[in-house]
Design a binder for this molecule. Structure first.
Ligand code: TGC
Ligand code: FAD
Length: 387
């Protein structure tokens, strides 16, 4: 029997069906050949590799779990595998796909009219249009229910005023899903690029997710017709439902970042000789590698089980929160440890662990910070929200 693969120690591959294995291998090849070679340069220059958008679409990776409208209709496990492989390349690529798929297409699919679905989903699936999801505001992302961006009726139209901060794809987008408070509660609007009064400003000098485009959105007297309102996006719960979809992808994606760090360090410590022997032959390096693989394996099994619960319609918000919290924390700890095992070489872009580590500082913050997910699990256990 061959020894277990360190990055798939409990043979998750054996739990996949043939289609899922094919999808995983296809995306893995794409990441190795077309994504990974770009990422150090993109991170260094704060450039989102837009040239990959057409390829992501060609591979069917946008809106992959949706049925119809040119989408692939894949299983949740397959979507998880896609996120894992993409984040092995860089969190910014998984982020682009998460936003487009879970937050934009998922939201239009779940909350949009048939006319909105038919108009937007095929183009978003083809990657000829990109979208963003504008929920967070400057005065407190953890508490989106207190948003100040508001929309008021003006004849048959709506007029939106406000500002959104930290919006992924926000400078590239063709359409933004803007959440705003109205006299009748929170609602969501499709605001197209070029609409008068709608502007985006790129946020520069991030030390994390540098290959992702992040923007501030300004909405000043923006007029949109009632047909731009998503009819079933009513209340904060509609936004939170979309977040659950994206958080699921992140729980898988984080495993990819950790895998790449461990792969990198395994090969580095085997070839680096110190004190007359390869670094990998020392007890301390072996226990550290073992500990990193232990954390990764637990995260992979959690992600896999979460997908099965989701496919059975039994995944709750608390399940998803526990997995997002555990897996991103594990990946961040693994990335930091792997960075250290590379010594000084680990602080350069020649090796991926520090890039992953810095990216994961965003991943542990967005889509609900670590503390918010701990509190969601705490609420589930005690029945008392303590936010
Ligand atoms: P709360 O009173 O708990 O809930 C309000 C209403 O929503 C319902 N609900 C949910 N419904 C569906 N799915 C969920 N996950 C839900 N969670 C709650 C709830 O039952 C209630 O319904 P109703 O009928 O009673 O009105 O709301 P709260 O204001 O106390 O807040 C709860 C809290 C803190 C958990 C929530 O606000 C939260 O999750 N905050 C974190 C915000 C966040 O995650 N923002 C992410 C922004 S998007 C982003 O970061 C994209 S990153 C890009 C990328 O993914 O790559
Ligand atoms: P705050 O909410 O101000 O939190 C600050 C600190 O307080 C955190 O440590 C938090 O855990 C802690 N805290 C909060 N509440 C409590 C409490 N009750 N008890 C104890 N501690 C608490 N948002 C979007 O809408 N769309 C996007 O596409 C998007 N993309 C992003 C991309 C990047 C690169 C980044 C960095 C963020 C992005 N976000 C996006 C925003 C993200 O969702 C928010 O940053 C996140 O929800 C946290 O909000 P905040 O930054 O305002 O922190």
């Amino acid at each position: 029997m061959s020894p277990p693969e360190p990055v798939d120690f409990f043979d998750i591959r054996a739990l996949l069906d043939d289609d899922e294995r094919l999808i995983r291998d296809t995306v893995a090849r794409f990441v190795d050949r077309e994504v990974a070679p770009l990422m150090a340069e993109c991170f260094a220059t704060e450039r989102f590799p837009s040239e990959l958008v057409a390829r992501l679409a060609e591979l069917g990776l946008f809106g992959a779990t949706l049925r119809g409208y040119g989408c692939a209709g894949l299983s949740h496990t397959a979507y998880g595998l896609i996120c894992e492989e993409l984040e092995r390349g860089d969190s910014s690529i998984r982020s682009c796909v998460s936003v487009q798929s879970s937050l934009v297409m998922g939201c239009i699919f779940a909350c949009g009219s048939e006319e909105q679905r038919s108009r937007w989903l095929p183009e978003l699936a083809r990657g000829t249009k990109l979208g963003c999801f504008a929920l967070t505001e400057s005065h407190g992302g953890s508490d989106p229910g207190r948003m100040r961006t508001h929309a008021r009726r003006h004849g048959g139209d709506w007029v939106i005023d406000g500002a959104k901060l930290w919006i992924t794809n926000g400078a590239l987008e063709d359409v933004a899903i803007v959440w705003a408070v109205t006299d009748d509660g929170i609602k969501a609007f499709l605001v197209e690029k070029g609409t008068s009064g709608f502007r985006s400003h790129v946020i520069k000098n991030k030390l994390s997710l540098r290959a992702s485009s992040t923007a501030e959105l300004e909405l000043a007297d923006v007029h949109v017709p009632d047909s731009a309102r998503l009819p079933d996006a009513n209340g904060l719960k509609a936004a939170l439902r979309c977040l659950d979809e994206a958080r699921f992808g992140i729980a898988w994606g984080a495993c990819g970042a950790a895998r790449d760090c461990i792969d990198t360090v395994l090969s580095y410590t085997q070839s680096r000789e110190l004190f007359g022997r390869p670094l990998s032959h020392t007890q301390l390096i072996q226990t550290r590698l073992a500990n990193d693989v232990r954390q990764l394996t637990a995260a992979q099994l959690l992600a896999w089980r979460l997908a099965k619960l989701k496919e059975a319609g039994a995944a709750t918000t608390a399940h998803i929160s526990l997995a997002k919290w555990n897996n991103v924390r594990a990946a961040l700890d693994v990335a930091r440890d792997c960075r250290d095992m590379l010594g000084a070489a680990g602080v350069t872009l020649d090796h991926s662990p520090m890039r992953h580590m810095l990216n994961l500082e965003t991943v542990i913050t967005y889509e609900g910070t670590e503390s918010i997910h701990e509190l969601i699990v705490g609420r589930e256990l005690t029945g008392q929200g303590a936010f």
